[in-house]
Design a protein around this ligand. Structure first.
Ligand SMILES: [Zn+2]
Ligand SMILES: [Zn+2]
Length: 179
């Protein structure tokens, strides 16, 4: 659940604040995320390492840190395993059952992994909800709490940090004429 929450937190931060022109991470993250909103299936043919290397490195650091602090338990291993594969699980949610094979389809059917129907909610409407990409459990709770939008309101109020427009979302502008 912590890995699922962190997948949502990182995804939300990227979708809300990273764009092509963002320093350092712009090209690598900002542009890639917007591209994923334009062509959601563009990454499905990519291999495991190509979509997971950054998460694998972060997970290795977590395992090493836990080992160094003598806190390495099965919980840490499980967290690292799920975190390292979060983008792969996301990819499976964009693939059809015949592309995923029986085992992954079975895990999705029993809701151990996020389903295609569930992840489609992130790609519809304003694309500003259902950021967690590992399971179907956490998103409904966070949406009920209005967690991400609340976080954005907080950031805007406290740090003056505004959510950036998603160019892939059509905005309806209503012009009001002052009388
Ligand atoms: Zn997104
Ligand atoms: Zn997606």
């Amino acid at each position: 659940m912590i890995a699922d929450f962190l997948s949502g937190l990182v995804h939300w931060a990227e979708d809300a604040y990273a764009r092509k022109d963002t320093p350092i991470i712009g090209k690598w993250i900002g542009e890639a995320n917007i591209e994923h909103h334009v062509k959601p299936r563009a990454f499905v043919s990519r291999g495991w390492w190509a979509s997971s290397w950054d998460l694998v490195l972060a997970s290795v650091l977590v395992v090493c840190g836990a080992w160094w602090m003598k806190l390495l338990s099965w919980h840490v291993w499980l967290f690292a395993l799920v975190s390292a594969n979060a983008n792969q699980v996301h990819k499976w949610a964009h693939r059809a059952p015949h592309e995923n094979g029986r085992f992954i389809t079975w895990l999705q059917k029993f809701k151990l992994l996020q389903t295609q129907r569930h992840h489609a909610k992130h790609h519809s409407g304003e694309k500003n909800s259902h950021y967690c990409s590992v399971t179907n459990f956490l998103n409904p709770i966070l949406e009920e709490l209005d967690f991400w939008k609340g976080f954005e309101r907080f950031n805007e109020k406290v740090f003056g940090l505004k959510r950036k427009l998603d160019p892939t979302v059509k905005v309806t502008v209503t012009n009001t004429v002052a009388s």
